[in-house]
Design a protein around this ligand. Sequence first.
Ligand code: ATP
Ligand code: MG
Length: 186
Amino acid sequence: MQRGLMLITTGAGKGKTTAAMGMALRAVGNGMNVLMLQFLKGSWHYGELDAAKAFTGVGDGDGGSGLGRFEIRQLGRGFVKVGNAETDPADVRMVREGWEEARREILSDKWEMVVLDEINYAISYGFITAVEVAETLKARPERLHVILTGRNASPVLVEMADTVTEMKEVKHAYQKGIQAALGIEY
Ligand code: ATP
Ligand code: MG
């Protein structure tokens, strides 16, 4: 059995969440059970939620279909008003509850891969500390791969990770006034 790896995708360029999703798909195809927990919820209808649901009952992780289980879960309502002086205490509470759920899943031994999407954001805004995340990840099952995404990854976690990729923005369609595109952004 291979030791689980810790990966981080960070930086200002596009592709952090979707890189994690690409690895998730790759793992599911290899019969691994994958959970993706999203700390930040956008207002769009994300196509990947339905795509992951299509795996329900197909990818059961029992080896029958050869596919693993693929579950994407959005935690709470996400936090949208951070950076603003009046961060809603309800948002803080929900991010905390989301983190408790993430902790339980990481330690549960039910998964071969757990993606913590946008957790870096929750850490950089002080909802969760890098130290508590590091402690939980150190205690994870040995085989578990974990992927953390989001801008401004904490140096503590970068130091601890096995693979860290920084997405560099060369250009983005948004700068030309092109709106978020179906299938590309959501
Ligand atoms: P993706 O989900 O496409 O992999 P990401 O996870 O790297 O992107 P986030 O910081 O989570 O990027 O931003 C979420 C949304 O913002 C995405 O829809 C993405 O296309 C868009 N986005 C990412 N980078 C930029 C950028 N440099 N300029 C404008 N929009 C961006
Ligand atoms: Mg993202």
